[in-house]
Ligand binder design. Sequence first.
Ligand code: AMP
Ligand code: MN
Ligand code: MN
Length: 317
Amino acid sequence: MKFDLLKECAGAKRIAISGHQKPDGDCVGACLAVWHYLKQNLEGAEVLVFLEEPDPVFAELCGYDEIIHDFPDQEPFDVFIILDCNLERTGLAAKYANGAGKVINVDHHITNANGCGDLNYVDPKVGAACELIYDLVEADRMDVETAKAIYVGMVHDTGVFQYENTTPETLRKAAHLISYGFDFYRIIQETFYQKTYLQAQIMGRALMESVRFMDGRCVVSVIDRKTMDFYGVTTRDFEGIVNQLRNIKGISCAIFMYETGTLEYKVSLRTDQKVDAAKVAAYFGGGGHARAAGCTMKGTFHDCVNNLSAEIEKQLI
Ligand code: AMP
Ligand code: MN
Ligand code: MN
């Protein structure tokens, strides 16, 4: 249910904010939007953001340099705000829920439909957690930095207002946000489309080595540790590869995997209307949205693909 974020945090002396591991644009935007908004409007409160190190493309968002990347032990917080995920996906930040006066959860993952806080604003129909943050801030207290951070999150989770999670309401909010006058065209280019040469190379390689299966309705590509070391890339450099695989004509389900450890892979799924990606990912202990979801799987690459195929096939027949 919608609430007034400032009222809910009124009187709090120490507030912690966190989002999911491997934070994406929506997660970083949501955390920094809330951080800036609360700093601006809650006098005397200490507001801290705990997140794994985000991609440096987001460095221009206000508060990026203030993000705490390790997760030191802390006295209990008055309020702990969990954005764009459930408690479990905050990883090492999950401990800040212990003893917290109040836990607030704002999310849009269908696999967290009930929320994990004392106070929840969760709507799986909405394209970005940042779109929900927009609802929680008072319009006359929004400034350009809050607007920019919210906009970045909406851009990233809607694929620049292209995916079907984009609604008239999304665009109305975006229209209002760009009226604050930040250079949105540059931000979209630099945070969403632009790739480093290395990122372009690894994407090229992933596309070239991709394999179609199930009569060309699915495609999979994998990057192993050896290849990551060879190119000197980190997992952040894989952003966008799975979306590119989904763009292939005839594909209902695109899968991108990378090796996270011995016989362990992080799996990203992107689908069309025929396949519910969240359902497939949830079966393997992950989650996400209908068209975009992820999970971690154990086994050899072929085991993982076989197991995924079996689940996808149930929906594609
Ligand atoms: P990814 O393919 O990892 O970029 O994730 C696609 C979408 O699924 C994003 O909205 C993620 O937040 C979500 N997602 C990925 N992995 C998980 C997971 N293990 N549990 C819940 N949601 C996930
Ligand atoms: Mn996210
Ligand atoms: Mn999101």
